[in-house]
Design a protein around this ligand. Structure first.
Ligand code: NDP
Length: 449
């Protein structure tokens, strides 16, 4: 069975690969399992050194990886460079972890109790196509730091940087069998990893629908699961905000990565008294988004990932939108930046579009802003724009989402925890919190009697 990988900006073939099936997934689990005892036994300082070497090797290949990722996803090269920088930083950050896996000592009668963070065994990483190597690195680095071997199943649409990573890890000295990449369909190779009794944990990023089936499948063997799923995040703009700054930033919070971002602030709520003025600024800023060839250094938005996905995104826009930008003609899965005036009940405001389409919705006061922001099954991300510091904190505490920013739309950093409330998932990636998802607490009591 072969797999054809396309370049979304040209629709040309980028690679032809062998397609793995369920038996290949099983083989990868067996390899990982046999590598586990030795990997676990590597002394913490040596594991740290290996992770630093891996970060160095990735840094050396950063430009090649960025070009490959840009071509495979259709993302602007400047974005891809930034993302590969984050991949390197993620490995450097977690390289410090093996020597800091501290436990507690707990005073109890008759002796002493102490806790250890123990690795669990093989972990399966199932990742999406929107930030392929970046999201994979958020799982790979803490898993390897915690002493677990991994089987990574990237999305079939974008497997190329994951395959490069497998080679780079070996060259950097990560022992054979510790990093295994399986390129095959989610429905067979992915599903086999989820049900496999030798897989101790599944770390997944993708749609809420598939996340639900993974949680159900993992329940059969009581696997640990972390899920980073969809979002429908709110960008709350109060009338007392720096409206020019908020409007200039808002398009990039939806149209970056062509809207294919689980953190996309795709519901822009604006206080009624500032609504008309803000719309004018927002349309002007959206008109300025540079859409085109991902290889061009100046490009800010590329095409969508596939023809099928463009069909889905198109289905969200009927009638004449408030604003429709321009996109290249000809080959490529292009879709223009689109702004739609909506209510919070409209489909565009309820479902994740995962494309460059934003809903703009007015609100009357703070109470209504919070209610509308929370009227969604999702709870991943969001922004609050106001000059009133007390209100910023009040609203940040009231919005049911895992990752928020005030007077900024930036919420993903290597050192800070990332993850969702409600149906956006559970568990945290990045920061020191991610390590908790890759180890188990063991309590040992030693009698002194
Ligand atoms: P999916 O959730 O289908 O895919 C994510 C990953 O899961 C891929 O590697 C996929 O494999 C794999 N997978 C699919 N089915 C199974 C299964 N039954 N068992 C195990 N693994 C499985 O996302 P899509 O690519 O189809 O995108 C659909 C929608 O999901 C988007 O429009 C968007 O709304 C949302 N999404 C959210 C993301 C996020 O960052 N939270 C990322 C991507 C999508 P493969 O594709 O190779 O078959």
């Amino acid at each position: 069975m072969s797999l054809t990988v396309l370049e979304p900006a040209t629709e040309q073939v980028l690679a032809e690969l062998l397609r793995a099936d369920a038996s290949d997934a099983e083989e990868a689990v067996a390899l990982a399992r046999s590598a586990y005892p030795a990997w676990r036994a590597v002394a913490p300082a040596d594991r740290a050194r290996l992770l630093h070497r891996l970060a160095d090797a990735l840094a050396e290949r950063q430009e090649d990886l960025a070009v490959l990722e840009a071509r495979n996803v259709g993302k602007p090269i400047a974005d891809a460079r930034g993302e590969m920088g984050m991949v390197v930083d993620t490995f450097r950050y977690y390289a410090a972890a093996p020597e800091r896996a501290l436990g507690d000592t707990i005073p109890v009668a008759g002796g002493v109790a102490m806790t250890f963070r123990e690795p669990l065994g093989v972990v399966a990483l199932i990742t999406p196509w929107n930030f392929p190597l970046t999201i994979a690195s958020w799982k790979l680095a803490p898993a390897l730091a915690a002493g677990k071997p991994v089987v990574l199943k990237p999305a079939e649409l974008t497997p190329l940087t994951a395959l490069q990573f497998e080679r780079i890890a070996l060259e950097a000295g990560i022992p054979e069998g510790v990093v295994n990449v399986v390129v095959g369909p989610g429905s067979s190779a992915g599903a086999r990893l989820v049900e496999h009794p030798d897989v101790a944990k599944v770390a997944f990023t993708g749609s809420t629908e598939v996340g639900r089936s993974i949680a159900a499948g993992a329940a059969q063997t009581i696997k640990r699961v972390t899920l980073e799923l969809g979002g429908k995040s709110a960008n709350l703009v109060f009338a007392d905000a720096d409206l020019e700054k908020a409007a200039a930033a808002a398009p990039y919070a939806v149209f970056d990565n062509a809207g294919q971002d689980c953190c996309a602030r795709s519901r822009i709520f604006v206080e009624r008294s500032a609504y008309d003025g803000f719309l004018e600024l927002l349309v002007g800023a959206t008109r300025g988004v540079r859409v085109g060839d991902p290889a061009d250094e100046a490009t800010e938005m590329g095409p969508l990932i596939s023809a099928a996905h463009r069909e889905t995104v198109s289905s969200f826009v009927d009638g004449e939108p408030l604003f429709r930008g321009e996109a290249p003609d000809g080959p490529g899965f292009w879709f223009p930046c689109t702004l739609v005036e909506a209510t919070n009940e409209d489909r565009i405001a309820r479902e994740e579009v995962f494309g460059p389409v934003a809903a703009v919705i007015p609100f009357e006061d703070e109470q209504e802003a919070v209610r509308l922001a929370n009227e969604t099954p999702y709870g991943l991300s969001g922004s609050i724009w106001t000059r009133d510091g007390a209100r910023a904190l009040r609203v940040a505490r009231a919005v049911e989402a895992g990752v928020l920013s005030v007077n900024s739309n930036s919420s993903v950093r290597v050192a800070t925890p990332f993850g969702g409330f409600k149906q956006s998932g559970f568990g945290r990636e990045l920061g020191m919190q991610a390590l908790e998802g890759y180890s188990e607490t063991k309590n040992v009591f030693v009698s002194t009697d």
